[in-house]
Design a protein around this ligand. Structure first.
Ligand code: ASP
Length: 251
């Protein structure tokens, strides 16, 4: 495995992750040093700002930085852009920690591509690549670069890849758990539903999509939480081409 997080100024993060896999004995490189590694490996250092991203950021600032991921800070993060200072949390209430106010509300707020593939020799691989969550706090690492959260695979069992609310996906190691469910005998659909089914009790509105593939049989399934209209995914079987599918959400 190989991954990069908080990579800046380099396109095609998943290719840099692959370079970590192929050219190092490490697992995860982050931040400016990940960028330096990428440049040493021949990637281009370039601005990733687009007209769309510049305009979207400007509009967000004009709208007092709403929505955002801050809480328990002053000034009120629901009204202002900060800079913030922490509010003291004298009252030991876990209610506060369970509130999740900011959600990835539509397609423009997230962009993960996740994939699980089995080659002609039956070898399985998985990967994810993402910009993360729009308007995240700088430095935030989501699920995608964390193997076991954003994706996971095991030659003996199968693979999984997730998209959606990475801060929640990380807490359940969704991809790892789906593969472990298959290791314990579940088919891909049951494996996906079991792990997603754990989440609504604590995070009833989290949006998550998950694909799961068995390495033994090639069987696959997808499932989701809170994605209006279901979770679109694509299945390709060589040499037959690709099929677009939509998974129904369980919640
Ligand atoms: N999972 C990604 C993240 O939270 C977002 C996405 O799926 O697009 O970083």
């Amino acid at each position: 495995m190989g991954s990069v997080a908080a990579l800046r100024r380099v396109k095609n993060a998943i290719a840099v992750a692959r370079a970590v896999l192929e050219h190092t004995e490490h697992t995860l490189l982050v931040g400016d040093q990940a960028t330096a590694f990428a440049i040493a490996m021949g990637f281009t250092n370039e601005s990733l700002t687009s007209d769309w991203s510049r305009e979207s950021h400007l509009k967000w600032r004009q709208n007092n930085c709403q929505p955002n991921y801050w809480r328990a800070v002053t000034p009120d993060p629901q009204k202002s852009c900060g800079p913030y200072k922490p509010l003291s949390l004298k009252k030991k209430s876990s209610d506060h920690l369970q509130q999740r106010r900011t959600h990835l509300v539509d397609r423009t707020h997230h962009d993960t591509i996740g994939a699980v593939a089995i080659d002609a020799q039956g070898r399985i691989a998985s990967g994810t690549s993402t910009n993360g969550a729009t308007h995240k706090i700088p430095g935030r690492v989501g699920d995608s670069p964390i193997v076991g959260a954003g994706s996971y695979c095991d030659q003996e069992v199968g693979g999984a890849a997730a998209t959606g609310d990475g801060d929640v996906i990380l807490r359940y190691l969704v991809s790892y758990q789906a593969v472990e469910n298959m290791r314990r005998g579940m088919a891909p659909e049951a494996a996906a539903k079991e792990v997603l089914g754990r989440i609504p009790a604590k995070f009833p509105t989290a949006q998550i999509g998950l694909v799961v593939v068995s390495a033994k049989t090639g069987a696959y399934a997808a499932s989701c939480l809170n994605i209006v209209g279901g979770f679109p995914y694509v299945v390709g079987v060589a040499p037959g081409g690709v099929q677009n599918k939509t998974a129904k959400c369980i919640g």
